[in-house]
Design a protein around this ligand. Structure first.
Ligand SMILES: [Zn+2]
Length: 92
């Protein structure tokens, strides 16, 4: 495969990994990957990296239960809505 085809194929690979590649272009990409081991390897690496990033654990968030029960969160909310006239009258 030539460099131009491989460059285009790699753009299609990025779109395919994001599920943004129309079926017709997916067939073109599949045809290219069938004959190009370099792009096939690239596609495998990009897919693996994307899976890893998407499945990475979510960092734990602080438990705000106590803050809610003591009103600290509400005071913060009041500070936010107090600046915006659209929220006046929508207090809890
Ligand atoms: Zn290629």
């Amino acid at each position: 495969m030539n460099v131009v085809e491989c460059t285009s194929a790699r753009e299609l690979i990025s779109a395919a990994v994001d599920d943004e590649l129309p079926a017709a272009q997916m067939r073109l990409l599949d045809d290219h990957l069938e004959g190009c081991p370099l792009c096939r390897g690239y596609a495998e690496r990009v897919s693996a990296l994307t899976r890893t990033v998407r499945l990475r654990g979510v960092e734990p968030l602080p438990d705000l239960t106590a803050a809610c029960s003591t009103g600290r969160v509400r005071r913060g909310w009041d500070a936010v809505v107090g600046c915006d006239p659209r929220w006046h009258g929508s207090r809890w």
